[in-house]
Design a protein around this ligand. Structure first.
Ligand code: GDP
Ligand code: MN
Length: 397
């Protein structure tokens, strides 16, 4: 689950990570009040108004603006709230901005210059370890740094049993070229950041930029956080952080029906029980010359209710030219699933695309019979090969 910058920063702060302080606002008036409060609490004359959307690159798209007085705060906030913000990460249609974060300006001038770094904590699946990835080249696209100057990206592997060790934090601060107060601050920053990542069961915490201020403070200017969905049950309070307006509406609807759905760009919708079988089904569709329109795992209990919800979700996609239902009857009996398909089909009425149903496992023969005798425009198959051939046939029509 992704969360907004302002929410990520609140989590960071609760773990003792120094942040660029800010207050979230829904309207230009609230933004002005926020700026006044920042002046009171942190004596910040200038503020930055930052669009809150679940995508990075906001600065480049015009979603991060400096304001030097309250009139400018109001102006910038009314420009940004409601805008359709297009960044390299939003796609061409962009994302509508509903909130802004009014944050203290931390790029204030001073004797020594400010410096931007990059830092993230994430899981390296291949190594089975967490890593701290960091670079002196902060503030810009890390992908670009990785492509052109990969030697400027460092990685520190963390043993999850032990956690981040003090010498590792020191090594990171050293590699970032810091000394004196900033060096010490950075070691504390890294340790607290790692604790936040671990304590929240996150799969990623990306801070770009991490800023060294002109008075040698180290703080998080940005926060891109991905909370691991599998860990959410341990943090019931995080449910409130979810912003469904940022998610694909079909995926939200699917999750409400307990379906695991990911939209793709192909033309063959699929409905499968089990994630592994769903992956294999997508391969079969490709082998048959089609492209999967989605990944959809209906889970262990494929009854009429879930099958109907799944049909409705798949049919929302106008690119779908055929639907392949691939169910393995292990826990669930195939004839019950077949009846579910028939009931759902009759309830929905006219489904405009051909449906191929492949049921294998317990009571597969009975299931095929049920479908063949239902009189509906549903093709049945027991072997995966047959199902694939059927897909090829209906796509050729
Ligand atoms: P992103 O573009 O979505 O990654 O958003 P960031 O939060 O990283 O902000 C983008 C850029 O805005 C940063 O790299 C900074 O250059 C700039 N920025 C952020 N905060 C401040 C600030 O307090 N003062 C000034 N002058 N610039 C800022
Ligand atoms: Mn950023």
């Amino acid at each position: 689950m992704n969360i907004h910058e302002y929410q990520g920063k609140a989590i960071l702060k609760s773990y003792g990570v120094r942040i660029q302080e800010g207050i979230v606002a829904d309207t230009p008036e609230e933004a002005v009040e926020a700026a006044k409060k920042l002046k009171e609490d942190f004596n910040s004359d200038w503020v930055v108004v930052k669009a809150q959307i679940h995508a990075g690159g906001r600065g480049k798209g015009g979603g991060v603006k400096l304001a030097k007085n309250l009139d400018e705060v109001k102006q910038r906030a009314s420009d940004i709230i409601g805008m359709q913000l297009i960044t390299p990460q939003t796609g061409v249609e962009g994302k509508k901005v509903n909130k802004v974060l009014v944050a203290q300006d931390v790029y204030y001038p001073g004797e020594s210059a400010t410096k931007e770094f990059y830092m993230s904590v994430l899981l390296d699946r291949a190594k089975g370890r967490n890593i701290v990835m960091y670079s002196t080249e902060g503030g810009m696209d890390i992908e670009e740094v990785a492509e052109h100057t990969p030697h400027l990206i460092f990685k520190e592997e963390i043993d999850p049993k032990v956690g981040l060790r003090p010498f590792q934090a020191s090594k990171i601060a050293f590699n970032l070229g810091l000394s004196g107060a900033a060096y010490k601050e950075m070691t504390k920053f890294v340790a607290a950041l790692y604790k936040a990542y671990e304590g929240t069961d996150s799969s990623m915490f990306e801070i770009n930029p991490v800023l060294k201020t002109s008075d040698d403070k180290i703080l998080a200017v940005d926060a891109k956080v991905n909370l691991d969905d599998n860990g959410l049950f341990r943090h019931p309070d995080y449910a409130a952080l979810r912003d469904t307006t940022e998610e694909d509406p079909t995926e939200v609807e699917a999750s409400e029906s307990n379906l695991n759905y990911v939209k793709l760009d192909g033309n063959v919708g699929c409905m499968v029980n089990g994630a592994g079988l769903a992956m294999a089904t997508m391969d079969i569709i490709k082998l048959a010359g089609g492209e999967p329109a989605n990944f959809l795992d209906v889970g262990g209990t494929a009854n009429a209710q879930t099958v109907k919800a799944a049909f409705n979700i798949i049919l929302k996609d106008p690119n779908v030219k055929a639907i392949l239902i691939n169910i393995f009857g292990g826990i669930v009996r195939c004839d019950r699933v077949a009846q579910g398909v028939i009931d759902a089909y009759q309830e929905i009425g006219n489904i405009p695309v051909p449906i191929i149903v492949r049921l294998q496992g317990t009571n597969a023969e009975e299931a095929k019979k049920l479908i063949d005798e239902s009189g509906l425009k549903v093709y049945s198959a027991i072997l995966l090969r047959e199902a694939a051939d059927r897909v090829k046939e209906v796509l050729a029509k």
